[in-house]
Design a protein around this ligand. Structure first.
Ligand SMILES: Cc1cc2nc3c(=O)[nH]c(=O)nc-3n(C[C@H](O)[C@H](O)[C@H](O)COP(=O)(O)O)c2cc1C
Length: 221
């Protein structure tokens, strides 16, 4: 199996963390990637270390993050394309964390936004966060839709099938996998997000996974 497929298959959401700090070399690697994304995409993503208040003060039990002390705050200029952009680029950081032996969980709901310790400018929005650290476990394989449930296309090339295979391994809010793909031609693929508040973030994540599986940049329609 290629290294990127292994990373994608081994990544699962992890919600309980150990009291183990992230080593400085790994912090540096993450910050290097974050800086290059911020520069290229005009985002203001920040890695926040040793502060778990935003998770600890969230009182509901469901989806609660346990003992998580680090997170990545996904921030950018308020704009209709921000959620998708954050999804696409945030997932690059998630897979980098996986490569570094760290665990993660996208968190858009089960945290206290007001307790996030990031610097957010007036014209910016905090879209969501990604919990990061050493997990108690590496998480578990969850249920997934099948390829036929997310595309009605019939005659398609192998790269399209691989794209969908990787897209189905992508994290989505509540594991809803609401997207639908359509094969157009050798460069163009259509993808339609489902309805719902977080489907634009999901869309960015899923497009990134698809391109890794297809092994090429897609003209998204
Ligand atoms: C945009 C987004 C928001 C999410 N928000 C939360 C959340 O608030 N709380 C939580 O526990 N998990 C959250 N998740 C994690 C999903 O529940 C998880 O990715 C999904 O169940 C699939 O499991 P997997 O990541 O192990 O593949 C979120 C995931 C995404 C992509």
């Amino acid at each position: 199996m290629e290294p990127k497929e292994k990373l994608i298959r081994e990544r699962h959401s992890v919600r309980s963390y150990l009291d183990k700090e992230i080593e400085q070399v790994k912090i540096n690697e993450l910050n290097k990637l974050i800086s290059s994304i911020n520069e290229q995409e005009n985002l203001n993503i920040q890695l926040i270390l040793n502060d778990g208040e935003a998770f600890d003060k969230f009182i509901l039990h469901y989806g609660r993050l346990k003992n998580c002390k680090n997170y990545i705050a996904l921030i950018g200029k308020k704009d209709s394309s921000l959620d998708e952009k954050v999804g696409y680029n945030g997932e690059k950081i998630v897979l980098k964390a996986q490569e570094l032996g760290l665990n993660t969980c996208w968190v858009a709901g089960t945290y206290k936004k007001a307790l996030v310790k990031a610097d957010i400018n007036k014209d910016e929005k905090l879209v969501c966060v990604i919990a990061i650290g050493y997990g108690e476990t590496n998480g578990v394989i969850r249920k997934s839709k099948t390829i036929d449930e997310v595309t009605d296309s019939n005659n398609y090339p192998e790269w399209y099938r691989r794209g969908i295979e990787f897209a189905l391994l992508a994290p989505t809010a509540l594991n809803e996998q609401k997207f639908k793909f359509e094969y157009i031609d050798d460069e163009n693929v259509k993808v339609v997000p489902g309805r719902g508040a977080m489907t634009k973030i999901d869309l960015g994540i899923v497009k990134y996974h698809f391109e890794l599986g297809a092994n090429k940049k897609i003209n998204w329609q």
